[in-house]
Design a protein around this ligand. Sequence first.
Ligand SMILES: [Zn+2]
Length: 281
Amino acid sequence: MANKPERVFISIDMEGITGIVDWTQVDSNHAEYGYYRKMMAGDLNAAIEGALAAGAKEVVVSDAHGGMRNLQPEDVNEAAYLVRGSPKPNSMMEGIDDGHYDAALYVGYHSMNGTERGILAHTISGATVDAVVINGRETGEFGMNAALAGWHGVPSVFLAGDAAAAAEAESFVPTITTAPIKWAVGRYSAKCLHPSKSRALIKERASFALSNIPAVEPYWVNEPVDVKMRWITATMADIVCVLPYMERVDGKTTSCSFDDYPTALRGLRAAISIAGTAERR
Ligand SMILES: [Zn+2]
C-alpha cells in the first residue's frame, strides 16, 4: 500500500503523560519524577508500537520536556532513534528538518496556558508567558510545533495527552486522531486511565492515524508571520524589547513579525528565554 509510512517523527512532552497531575511529577529534582519518567516511556513505546504496526520503517523520537533528558535510552523501544539533550535549534521538534518525514506524532502533550480543565496548562514557560498569538490566533505548543512540521511538509496526524490537549489539537488540525488518556478536574487534578488501558489506546489510535495519513493536511501558518506575546509581568516586556525585532504594544504585550515560520518560532523562543532572566519584582 502506497500509504504506508516510511519515516515517522514523535515529539514527546511530559505534562500530558498518563497519570501526571502535578509539576513535582515532571521535575527531575523531585522524588516522584523517577516513577513518571518510566510512565513517559510507557506512553511512548505504545506510540512506537502503533507506528511499527502501521508499517513504519524508521521512527525518530524527540524528547521535548525541560532539559530533554527525561527518557532513559534503554527504556525506549529499540526500533526508534532518540534525540535528547538541550539546547537545540528546533527544540521540541529537533530532527523534523532531517529529511522528509511522512507524519508527526505528539505524545504527552498539554493544552495552552489559561485553558479551563487543562492539566498543567501552559505555553512553553509558565513563569513568563501568559499567551502567544500567531497571526491573530492564540497558539499553544501543539499549534506552534505542528506549524513547524507543516512548514517542512509533514502532517500532524496524532496526539496523546489530556482531553483538553486533544480538543486543542482538533481545533488546529480537524482530522487529527487523538488519544485522550486523562480528563482534568482542575489544573492539578484529573480522572486518569490505568496505564495498561492508556497504552492500548495510544497504540491502537497511533496505528490508525498512520494508516490514514492522506486525511490530514500539513498545518500551515501564513507568512509573513505576526507574533504577539503577552507576558506575566511588565518587566518581562521591558526586557524582551532589547531584541532588535521586538516592539512594545502595551504594558505586558510585545509584537514582532518574521518573513518565514521557522524564524518566527526561533524569534519567539529567544524572547521567552530572555524574559526568563527577569526578576519577579
Ligand atoms: Zn513539558
